[in-house]
Design a protein around this ligand. Sequence first.
Ligand SMILES: NC(=O)c1ccc[n+]([C@@H]2O[C@H](COP(=O)([O-])OP(=O)(O)OC[C@H]3O[C@@H](n4cnc5c(N)ncnc54)[C@H](OP(=O)(O)O)[C@@H]3O)[C@@H](O)[C@H]2O)c1
Length: 308
Amino acid sequence: MVSSRRQEQPPFSHPTTAARWWSKDSVAIVTGANKGIGYALVKRFAELGLTVVLTARNQSRGLQAMDSLKVLGLDHHVRFCQLDISDPASICSFVSWFRSRFVAFDILVILPIWTQVNNAAVCFNAMNENKLDHAETVINTNYYGTKHFTEAMLPLFRRSASMSRILNISSRLGTLDKLNNPQMKAILGDTEILSEDGIDRVVNTFLEDVKEGRWRTKGWPKIWTDYSVAKLALNAYSQVLARRYKGVVSVNSFCPGFTQTGMTDGKGKHSADDAAEMAAAVVVLPSSVLSTGKFYAGSTTRGICSKL
Ligand SMILES: NC(=O)c1ccc[n+]([C@@H]2O[C@H](COP(=O)([O-])OP(=O)(O)OC[C@H]3O[C@@H](n4cnc5c(N)ncnc54)[C@H](OP(=O)(O)O)[C@@H]3O)[C@@H](O)[C@H]2O)c1
């Protein structure tokens, strides 16, 4: 699991089109891409020359985003498909749509890389609030939605860790030091025995504590508690996936830092475009330096650091 006490490695630089080793035949899927960091990521991938699948849970908001890309002249290699990660039927339709365009005879037609950026998330609190009225929706979207979508797509990934990449957009709010519950920390902290069942047990215990009105005394994270627990679970899930698919798919997490988007009421230290540039840098790392199971954290002043 992620620990903020671990040694940071030096930041690495942002990619430029001059240094590109990928092509328009490389495809990146971005969830929750009609606005915020997701939309900025689609723009950045398009600028870098990848083919991008822009997804949005709401068809018309997704199409509006496509229109904006058109105005910028960046829509050429961008495709749109509706995707609500919290809706199994929507995930199923997306997989069929994707298969029909990019997969033939169970082999991905698109080369050389295929990336899935799990960006979509919800948060129902304003900056200084910590209400848990929507805890179940937050967990179901941010953790289970991401997990279910990833599971649906994994059979389609090329079996090559240098080519197949998953980046989970996470948060420092979901690092293990924010959790002050010894039992839950023991489950998430032991990366050797960490399992999906263990993560689900933590999440279910949290939802039970919310239902019973005792969550304040149980050592759960203090800021944006439901969101932070979902990110804790997502970080742990990234670790499980990275271990399970070692040598097959590279799985990393990325915290964009405090970013000016709808989620933060427009407050933040940098723009969504800045955050997207840093996330894209992780996605297009050359395979010689690409690792798996890392938690990358970005800020425009310090660059990008790996915290594992
Ligand atoms: N902003 C920050 O400071 C910050 C810091 C750390 C981490 N993050 C993470 O960065 C990512 C992007 O956040 P943001 O700041 O760009 O927030 P945002 O502007 O609120 O964007 C969130 C996106 O997720 C979509 N979404 C929500 N539920 C969905 C679902 N069920 N299925 C598909 N899409 C769904 C939203 O669609 P609608 O427009 O339809 O609602 C929207 O496109 C999130 O994972 C967030 O946790 C953000």
